[in-house]
Design a protein around this ligand. Sequence first.
Ligand SMILES: Cc1cc2nc3c(=O)[nH]c(=O)nc-3n(C[C@H](O)[C@H](O)[C@H](O)COP(=O)(O)O)c2cc1C
Length: 292
Amino acid sequence: MTAFCGLQLAHPVVNGSGTFDAIAARRAFGPALDGAFPFAAYVSKTITLEPREGNPPPRLYETPGGMINSIGLPNKGLAGYLEHDLPELARLPVPLITNVMGSTADEVVRLVEAVDARREIAAIELNVSCPNVKTGLDLGADPAELGALVRAVRPRTAKPLIVKLTPNTADVALVAQAAEDAGADAVSLINTLRAFAPHPDGSGAPWLGGGTGGMSGPAVRAVALAQVAAVARRVALPVIGMGGVASGRHARQFLDAGATLVAVGTESFRDPAAGARIARELGAESANSGNR
Ligand SMILES: Cc1cc2nc3c(=O)[nH]c(=O)nc-3n(C[C@H](O)[C@H](O)[C@H](O)COP(=O)(O)O)c2cc1C
């Protein structure tokens, strides 16, 4: 068992928000999925206060060893999530972590209060990769701005509060420290790295409907490992490490860098059962190395 913020998890492998649709998977695989659910906890896709359509297409671009997405966080909004998705997600055989994002502290507070009221939800993840409308920088890019946001939210919930840090910042350890000082219970990283996909017609125009996108997959793993290690050295909080994890060995590298849990994202698009395989491989890795 793995302990994380008061939860007892069967193993240390969870999913990255937005990369595994548990409701669609149940539709595809039926009740068989409940007996073989690939993750030890389920992190749902980011929800916002109001419904969002997401970005215009194209939304995906393949790079060497990675992909750039500009999905743009389409979601049913808070009310739609609570009414339609939560009853389905509450039936999963693992604890549910709900991921929320707002563009102001007030929006985030409203989301957190609504989520806090639902006992089906075990923990809250705060996605702070939302641009500040004034500066254009991610809300989570600046330690002072992030600290103020977490301080506003913290008193509104007794549930574990995980802050999902943005990697698009000068010093991620400094931002993690601000989250810890403001009362976060855990941090998760990395979210996608901002990236540009040029149009294949050679014009230099953006290919993605959103202009820029977020890069993920094997190509970001080395960056993610460096950021996870820097954060784990700086804060005492548990860390969920992710970025390009595709095998048990990769998961072990994140644990060695100081993570308590490891999340699988892009690899689940290639193989929806990747989480279970990676957890199995990690168990074998740990057994071989004397369970360090
Ligand atoms: C298609 C796609 C959608 C994503 N949607 C979200 C999301 O809704 N909320 C969020 O916090 N992160 C989202 N992410 C980021 C992932 O959870 C993860 O942090 C990132 O992709 C790095 O892990 P990976 O390289 O294993 O994919 C998304 C990533 C991808 C590729």
